[in-house]
Design a binder for this molecule. Structure first.
Ligand code: ASP
Length: 372
């Protein structure tokens, strides 16, 4: 393990905010302050990585009690594979855009995350996928929403960015564009997983129990569903040339209806990158949209000149908590500082720097033994 990995690993273990800078140290969400106070000095200063990749696989009620050891091992393996894929790109001199694309694709293809295969079901029992990608250097961005047959929605978002004059395409139009570009379309059955189907059944059952008239939007309509796990996937990367990129892909929220679109494909809400900051979010999307979370974090870094960890911590653990919005973000700045705050019980997350040693974490509580 390199010196740089020590605070990284500790930050992942305590599960919230960390930074790497010449003066860097790590802090947990419960400890980090929203004022100018520095995080605790429990961690030794460490060199920052010149480049690296951070990923998430969703936040929510993720605790040891509701995650079996088998599933935990599979989730950790998929996160590790995703980090390795992104690292291989960066190590070969590839772009941050290619790195986040490679990392997200692995997670989209895994049934354990709410993106691509494994996406949650809508109220009508179908899967509607959203994704976005942004290039911090050019500020170009691409997004798709509500697609039902695109195996890897992030690839389509990238094509929107690179092969169209637009930023966002939705539904059938996005799929027509996909066809025109030779993108792989799959039978919607491809996205089926028993777990997600059962998640929808539980959500519908809860809704029925409230006995709402079928014609109205139930007063207690809660698209989070009983599972309260988000599971969106995302990646941010800083490449060897100093370019940043961000990407996010999701099935949205269980039991969503009426063409609901969350924050993931909304540039500035769930996904954002500029020349100095990149963010990908997971959580209750409506809050992330209303509070323009991803852009707010980067704007604080730019206008207030505060460290990344502080900007991310204030938005997730202060602004969003006060508003009642659950979730978290991963973020990187152009100096290689990393932040991974979340205000939920857990967040699937991981980091890899130049040393190529993937570090993965899930829970908030100490988990050093199984951190890798
Ligand atoms: N943010 C996503 C949405 O609201 C959900 C998630 O993070 O899993 O669509």
């Amino acid at each position: 393990m390199s010196a740089a990995s020590v605070p990284l690993r500790r930050a992942l273990v305590v599960g919230a905010v960390m930074l790497l800078s010449p003066m860097g140290c790590a802090s947990s969400a419960g400890v980090a302050r929203a004022d100018s106070e520095q995080p605790t000095s429990r961690d030794a200063p460490a060199p920052r990585p010149k480049w690296g990749l951070v990923i998430h696989g969703g936040a929510g009620v993720i605790s040891r009690e509701n995650l079996s050891p088998e599933r935990e091992a599979e989730v950790r393996a998929a996160l590790t594979q995703s980090l390795q894929a992104g690292h291989a790109v960066l190590a070969g001199g590839g772009s941050a855009l290619d790195a986040v694309s490679a990392a997200v694709r692995i997670l989209e293809d895994s049934p354990h995350f709410n993106a691509g295969k494994g996406a949650v079901f809508t109220h009508d029992g179908v899967n509607e996928l959203d994704a976005a990608i942004m290039d911090g250097t050019t500020r170009k961005a691409g997004a798709v929403a509500g697609v039902r047959r695109v195996r890897n929605p992030l690839s389509l978002a990238r094509l929107v960015m690179e092969q169209s004059p637009h930023v966002m395409m939705v539904g059938e139009g996005a799929e027509a564009f996909a066809k025109s570009r030779g993108v792989e379309l799959v039978d919607p059955k491809y996205f089926y997983t028993e777990d997600r189907w059962q998640g929808l059944q539980r959500a519908l059952e809860k809704e029925r129990a409230r006995q709402q008239p079928a014609s109205s939007l139930p007063a207690g309509y809660d698209p989070v569903s009983g599972d309260h796990k988000f599971g969106t996937v995302g990646a941010v990367a800083l490449d060897q040339k100093g370019a940043l990129a961000a990407a996010t892909s999701t099935g949205g929220m269980t039991n969503k209806r009426y063409g609901r679109v969350g924050d993931a494909p909304i540039i500035g809400a769930g996904t954002f990158a500029d020349a100095r900051c990149a963010v990908s979010a997971t959580g209750h999307g409506e809050f992330f949209i209303r509070y323009a979370v991803a852009h707010d974090i980067c704007a604080r870094v730019e206008y207030q000149n505060v460290p990344l960890w502080q900007a991310a911590d204030v938005v997730i653990n202060d602004v969003l908590v006060k508003a009642g919005g659950e979730g978290g973000v991963i973020a990187m700045d152009r100096d290689g500082n990393v932040a991974m705050p979340f205000n939920s019980a857990g967040m699937y997350r991981g980091y890899v720097g130049e040393d190529g040693e993937p570090v993965v974490a899930i829970f908030r509580e100490a988990e050093a033994a199984g951190a890798k």
